[in-house]
Write a protein that binds this ligand. Structure first.
Ligand code: ADP
Ligand code: MG
Length: 241
């Protein structure tokens, strides 16, 4: 579903990602871990086509995206939803309008269908009946759930999550984790989750990849990670749990 081939990314001559090779299978939850500043958010932005790599190929759903025009990328992005690190809700819009934003922009759904979709997606994230609330009235965890409802409004094939549990208390973090897993099941989405919460990674991942100094230094199942003999990986797991 997603394949990165020898992907390199530089910002102003500084190499952030080096020869990244990573394949993410249909329906899989791939968790990306790594220290702050290691290039995790950059990796997500590359997958969603907001950034172009300095070198390498990025395949999404059997199409190589680095050579596409903005129009073509726009269509590919309709297959993806992203939950941004700081929720990034439109503060002047109600919860329902936030969830409907992509539907209004990119589909010709009728108003009745849009309202049905809003209700269904808010129910999926445990926010039944909140469509008229304003973002400023919501807790951090609720905003995150609105952001998730918005990301899955178009039934994307791929959902990208950038630190979805950062800043949340452990109970809310657990709730968000369960929603990531149930979202994968309900819309059969391929999911890429960036986190530096190791207990969260172990809870939800099918596979985990760790980025360190711009390279993937370990990739495998949660069990293989727990037994990693790479001292950097072992130290990170101990320190971040
Ligand atoms: P992470 O999400 O793992 O914390 P990021 O992908 O946000 O890391 O950033 C990796 C590095 O790339 C950081 O050193 C950051 O300062 C740099 N960086 C990210 N985006 C840009 C940009 N648009 N321009 C210049 N440098 C950037
Ligand atoms: Mg980041």
């Amino acid at each position: 579903m997603i394949r990165l081939v020898n992907v390199n990314m530089e910002f102003r001559g500084k190499q952030i990602l080096k020869d990244i090779n990573l394949t993410i299978e249909q329906g899989e939850i791939m968790v990306i871990i790594g220290p702050s500043g290691s290039g995790k958010s950059t990796l997500l932005r590359l997958i969603i086509g907001l950034l172009k790599p300095t070198a390498g190929e990025i395949w999404v759903n059997n199409r190589e995206i680095t050579g596409l025009t903005e129009d073509e990328l726009g269509r590919i992005r309709l297959e993806m939803g992203m939950v941004f690190q700081y929720s990034a809700l439109f503060d002047s819009m109600s919860v329902g309008e936030n969830v409907a934003f992509g539907l209004r922009q990119h589909t010709d759904m009728s108003e009745a269908e849009i309202l049905r979709t809003i209700r269904r997606k808010l129910r999926m994230v445990g926010l039944r009946g909140q469509e008229n609330a304003m973002p400023s009235e919501l807790s951090g965890g609720m905003k995150k759930r609105v952001s998730l409802a918005r990301a899955i409004a178009i039934n994307p094939h791929i959902v990208l999550y950038d630190e979805p549990t950062a800043g949340l208390d452990p109970i809310m973090a657990n709730t968000i984790d369960r929603m990531i897993v149930s979202t994968r099941r309900m819309i059969d989405a391929t999911s890429v989750v960036v986190t530096h919460n190791m207990s969260s990674a172990f809870r939800i991942a099918d596979r985990i990849a760790m980025i360190h100094n711009g390279s993937i230094i370990e990739a495998g199942t949660p069990d293989s990670f727990k037994q990693s003999e790479n001292p950097i990986v072992a130290k990170f797991i101990r320190g971040a749990t």
